[in-house]
Write a protein that binds this ligand. Structure first.
Ligand code: ATP
Length: 351
């Protein structure tokens, strides 16, 4: 029987990669493997080193330390044009005086490919990227989404082994951005090229990526599937950065997490100070009187759900609790309620 799961062999190995600019360490000994045909996202707050890491992969920035291996070969010393990687810039950098077809052919002409081969490849990539009707238009005769597709097509037409995308959807409005997220994922699947995308938008990374790496201050904090990062963040910063998380400070004593008015059995053995982290969807409102007592201070509607902001004794900030909008018990500001947490869905971070 053949293995239905995608191959796990790395196409790109980043090995202890660092970059310093004078006193600033932009990328700090990052090691990670990117798998063949993977849609990989580099995610983190502004200034965490995402772009610098991408620029080192593309060859526009020389590493201060570490290595980059592509298919097992060290490419750290190669100039950008000798690397089988292509970088798509956020600004698209299209040639304004050239038609779409000319923009797409340009890179192949520079590589001196035969004319019929160029025509064939341009045709093919225009079909894949839904640009077939736009061959003779100039960039300023296109919408934002169409320009974005031309930039993508231009990067893909050279058939790189890996496509690097720096905030590729950054210039688009929210609606178009959401549509393009799905399109980009479909396209990546169709062309079978490894994509590495830089984004500061956690939703975007969750929607698109097969796996993601979260960086902070140049350091890699966690690298895993979106589900694993969301469900099992290994770090307090990651827990807060991805999705919404409630934090409650307290301490672990004899297998229980204790904070004022709150006591929960946990699987943690070692006593001492700890922070309990729980997602809004893993807290429920209970009708019985033995939950954690709280008062609703705000109710926010989110379509199918409602988010209750509940003040409890153990936390200076109200907890966010997600309940179905159709919940049988009406919840209003000022109501006293009882909350329960699923012990298997809480996480503990040591202070
Ligand atoms: P953003 O999301 O804001 O683009 P980023 O995560 O891509 O941020 P980088 O652009 O990689 O971050 O920058 C990482 C750090 O390195 C920042 O502190 C930045 O100021 C610094 N830095 C980047 N390029 C240079 C440079 N050429 N000279 C000096 N410092 C730089």
């Amino acid at each position: 029987m053949t293995d239905p799961s995608p191959p796990l062999e790395p196409i790109l190995s980043i090995d202890g990669l660092s970059k310093t600019f004078g006193p600033v360490t932009a990328v700090d000994r990052v090691s990670l493997d990117i798998r063949r045909n993977e849609f990989f996202a580099l995610l983190g707050p502004s200034g965490c080193g995402k772009t610098t890491l991408l620029r080192m992969l593309a060859g526009f920035e020389a590493p201060s330390g570490g290595r980059i291996l592509l298919d097992g070969k060290d490419i750290s010393g190669l100039p950008p044009e000798r690397r089988p990687l292509n970088l798509m810039f956020q600004s698209y950098a299209l040639f304004p005086h050239m038609t779409v077809a000319k923009n797409l052919a340009y890179g192949l002409e520079m590589d001196r490919l035969p004319k019929p081969e160029i025509a064939r490849r341009v045709e093919e990539i225009m079909t894949v990227t839904d640009l077939a009707g736009f061959a003779d238009r100039k960039p300023d005769q296109l919408s934002g989404g169409q320009k974005q597709r031309v930039a993508l097509a231009r990067a893909l037409v050279k058939r790189p082994k890996v496509l690097l995308l720096d905030e590729p959807l950054g210039a688009l409005d929210k609606k178009l951005r959401e549509r393009m997220q799905l399109e980009l994922k479909r396209l990546q699947h169709d062309v079978g090229i490894t994509f590495i995308i830089v984004t500061h938008d956690q939703e975007e990374a969750l929607v698109m990526a097969d796996r993601m790496a979260i960086l902070k201050d140049g350091k890699l904090l966690q690298c895993d599937t979106p589900e694993a990062v969301y469900e099992a963040p290994t770090d307090r910063f990651v827990a807060n950065f991805i999705g919404v998380m409630n934090f409650i400070d307290g301490r672990v004593t004899s297998g229980r997490f204790e904070a004022s008015g709150l006591s929960l059995a946990v699987s943690e053995e070692v006593d001492g100070p700890a922070t309990l982290a729980v997602r809004p969807e893993n807290i429920a409102v209970t009708g019985t009187g033995d939950g954690i007592g709280g008062t609703i201070v705000d109710v926010a509607y989110h379509g199918l759900d409602r988010v209750l902001h509940v003040r409890i004794e153990a936390s200076p900030t109200p907890l966010q609790v997600r309940v179905p909008a159709q919940a049988a018990i009406p919840h209003a500001v000022g109501d006293s309620i009882q909350l329960v947490m699923r012990p298997d869905r809480v996480r503990l971070f040591r202070n």
